[in-house]
Ligand binder design. Structure first.
Ligand SMILES: Nc1ncnc2c1ncn2[C@@H]1O[C@H](COP(=O)(O)OP(=O)(O)O)[C@@H](O)[C@H]1O
Ligand SMILES: O=P(O)(O)O[C@H]1O[C@H](CO)[C@@H](O[C@H]2O[C@H](CO)[C@@H](O)[C@H](O)[C@H]2O)[C@H](O)[C@H]1O
Length: 445
């Protein structure tokens, strides 16, 4: 039985969902681009639909909609545990199911971890932390992330997760186990499955707890931050290994790359300052100095390699479990297209992302009313020490310290600009954190 979707009810339904990103824009229409009916025990069924939302202004966006028949018209099928189980089994059983305009393809990796046994019936529970996606823990062993806002093309989280699990020995990440792909005109990755790590602390909260304890960080915690730097260095060594896969093979950084990255930062600087100046007019006085900062990147002598990177590394993208760190969420920056997120880049961009997070942690304490401490400098130093220990002599890093520092400064600037734009759109009260960092930025001699 196919569940009818009442299209007239969809705009209101979507506006009330936490994961719907288009709440600010008036919707013109919603259409179904693909759908499939999937059987449940007891003769029931649910519909998996890909819908396209057209706004009065701007580009249309696609969403995955699991729905059940209901008197109210549209009901989120993920409230039903049978649906969650059936959805997961599509992946686990590597099923291929024809849909109205293409097909669904479940993919499960036959890696050692993929061979794990799971109980029947499957215990499933939804995570309540979800924001832009829906996460479900299955048998306390695997975590299924259902992607709500769909983008065409190769999903970087799936691509990188599969590469790390099958082609490298890097294991400081919850291993990718499988995925659900939609093929055809509605082509997109619909879900990814990873190993579930119990009792994890998210790196952001974990670090804030340590920052809150005293104005100085303990030697023990600084040792842990050195460990975090080491794990990132190991990730970059995995990405920096030679391979015949063109999507991952390292490439030398050329003058043109440095010029392109520098020019793009100068462009982002213009756009970002224009957006921020109304609230922070003093930034105008910083414009020339920051442009000079961004331009320095174009003049360093090219050295090191472009490799695949995490792309959006911050403390919220690492987990602390059993006395060690795991790096996860290889989606890249949500504000960029899949193509941009899959580009190879200097790995120092990830290093810069994490350094910015220490500044955010300190600034958060000050927003809470705490006095300034001496935490950021030692945290940066410990993290960088750990990173440099495991990457000494690596071909992907610049050969001399001066180039290393100039590139790192430039990527920190780039991240601050991204953060200003991100905060203006998502958390206006926090814009002052990256704005203050921009105001304090000095060009290292
Ligand atoms: N493999 C995992 N094991 C344990 N918890 C996880 C795992 N992956 C994600 N989580 C938890 O789920 C939260 C959301 O995961 P994430 O992949 O960042 O989703 P989103 O992309 O929707 O933000 C994380 O902050 C973490 O607390
Ligand atoms: O986790 P996402 O991939 O969605 O990343 C986005 O949101 C992050 C905030 O949740 C944002 O990170 C910024 O805030 C963090 C503190 O909340 C801080 O640790 C980061 O350093 C800072 O960049 C991230 O930039 C954005 O892409």
């Amino acid at each position: 039985m196919t569940t009818p979707i009442d299209l007239t009810k969809l705009p209101d339904y979507l506006r009330n969902q936490r994961w719907f990103a288009g709440k600010a824009w008036p919707i013109k229409s919603v259409s179904v681009v693909d759908h499939v009916s999937l059987d449940l025990p007891g003769g029931r069924a649910f519909t998996l639909a890909v819908v396209e939302v057209h706004y009065e202004l701007g580009h249309p966006t696609r969403y995955l909609l699991p729905v059940l028949a209901s008197d109210e018209g549209v009901q989120d099928a993920f409230e039903d545990v049978e649906v969650l189980r059936a959805f997961f089994q599509l992946i686990r059983e590597k099923r291929e199911v024809p849909s109205a305009s293409g097909k669904l393809v479940g993919e499960w990796l036959d890696t050692p971890e993929g061979l794990m046994a799971l109980p029947s019936p499957l215990p499933v529970r939804r995570l309540q932390v979800e924001q832009s996606n829906t996460s479900v823990v299955v048998a306390e062993k695997v975590i299924l992330k259902v992607i709500r806002k769909l983008e065409a093309g190769i999903n970087p989280e799936y691509e990188v997760g599969r590469y790390l699990a099958t082609k490298t020995s890097f294991r400081a990440t919850p291993t990718l186990l499988g995925a659900l792909q939609s093929e055809g005109p509605a082509g997109a990755t619909l879900a990814v499955v990873h190993r579930y790590v119990p009792n994890v602390a998210d790196g952001w909260r974990y670090t804030l707890d340590h920052f809150r304890r005293a104005p100085r960080l303990t030697q023990e915690f600084l040792g842990e931050l050195r460990g975090l730097g080491q794990r990132l260095g190991e990730l970059h060594r995995a990405f920096g290994s030679s391979t015949d896969d063109p999507a991952f093979s390292p490439e030398p950084i050329q003058t043109e790359d440095l010029q392109r990255w520098s020019a793009s930062m100068v462009g982002e600087l213009g756009v970002t300052l224009n957006e921020a100046l109304r609230q922070f007019p003093d930034l105008e006085g910083k414009r020339e100095g920051l442009i000079e900062h961004a331009k320095r990147l174009a003049h360093v002598s090219p050295s090191g390699q472009k490799i695949r990177i995490h792309g959006d590394l911050h403390l919220g993208q690492v987990l602390r479990a059993e006395g060690d760190w795991l790096i996860f969420d290889f989606e890249g920056e949500p504000g960029r297209s899949f193509t941009q997120r899959r580009e190879k880049y200097s790995p120092l961009r990830d290093v810069a992302g994490m350094l910015r997070s220490f500044d955010y942690a300190e600034a958060t304490l000050q927003l809470e009313g705490q006095a300034a401490g001496e935490r950021v400098g030692p945290a940066r130093q410990a993290f960088l020490d750990g990173y440099r220990t495991v990457t000494r002599g690596a071909a992907f890093l610049p050969q001399d310290d001066a180039t290393f520092n100039t590139m790192l400064d430039a990527f920190e600037l780039e991240k601050m600009l991204y953060e200003v734009r991100y905060e203006l759109q998502n958390r206006p009260d926090w814009v002052r954190i990256p704005v203050q960092a921009l105001s304090k930025m000095e060009v290292r001699k």
